[in-house]
Design a protein around this ligand. Sequence first.
Ligand code: NAD
Ligand code: TYD
Length: 349
Amino acid sequence: MYRVWVTGGAGFIGSHLVRYLVRTRAEWEVHTIDALTYAGNLQNLSDILDHPRHIFHKLDIADAAQIESLWEKYPPAIIFHLAAESHVDRSILSPLDFVHTNILGTVVLLEVARKYWHGRSDVLFYQVSTDEVYGSLPEGAFFTEGSPYDPRSPYSASKAAADHLVRAYGHTYGLPYIISNCGNNYGPHQFPEKLIPLTITHLIERKPIPVYGTGQNVRDWIHVEDHVRAIVLLAEQGKRGHTYLIGAEQPRPNIEIVRLLCTLYDEIMGTTDSHQLITFVKDRPGHDFRYAIQPSPHLRELGWEPTISLSEGLRQTVIWYLSNLDWLNAVRTGEYQRYYAQQYGERLR
Ligand code: NAD
Ligand code: TYD
């Protein structure tokens, strides 16, 4: 049996990856390692939690002693590293949490990998990262594999630090690694703090939809399932020591995404007034203007194509949230209410 770890496997992207691996890789034993922070949720894995080839471990990746004892019991051949504090607005409110998990947590994993994988080339540290490490683009420009790092939020700075550390371990200790930097993901199970699930939640509850600034900031959107397929393909066939850009070539201004969601919601629910909920609010401090990705040519050569268009993916996503109101209510606990009040209290007063 081939054993792999997925850190952050109870989060949004991680749970899609774990499910995909369990369902498609019959020889693989998948270990989810997750601290179950506000963003981690065993409900995200409910259909495969007790699968015979899936084992869940509730662990903080920054806890070196626990990670090392887990390694002694279940040494992996691949670490898919996704555990992170992932939300930019929270990083502006509490940067230290981001240093703890995204930087310290990554180094803890790298250190056990260095110790136990010493000299091996048949193993892989797969770092799942973001296009935000490249900073903000001017109108019409795109990130390429050669773009210089220029992170500008505490979140992107912590992810950039982690990427640099992974590369440093590759260069210094010969650790086999791949890094992939992807654009904004969307789809089922995304925590309702991010733009798309937050907008859908507000549509369902008929509350004002907060659009930061002018709504002209651009993000490049990809369905989470297309991202997950790219990760697995690269883990199996990508060049070790290489950095890949994953994107579906769908950059859109935020206001266009929000308007599309309003239109889809009206079509699905028979309402007519969703656009009236759109509310322009005070901008995010340091708000990056544009992210847009020119995907790595090698990814295409390996046969990867995005398969889910934005309009179809968003339609499916709206329907998923409408069909999973129990999930939505369960994740919006007291902690969420506190964050929400801090983030939107003034903005939506
Ligand atoms: P998420 O916030 O939904 O999930 C993060 C998961 O990590 C949660 O399950 C949480 O419990 C877990 N976690 C947090 N701190 C931990 C710790 N100290 N120890 C163990 N587990 C911990 O995030 P996501 O959107 O699924 O993102 C996953 C990864 O992909 C992150 O590394 C993120 O930087 C990267 N990424 C995300 C996007 C996106 O659009 N969401 C885009 C590109 C890259
Ligand atoms: P977000 O989903 O937080 O992802 P990221 O900041 O990592 O790109 O935000 C996506 C875009 O939507 C970003 O430009 C900020 C904007 N946004 C809003 O306009 N209103 C909101 O309430 C949120 C959460 C984001």
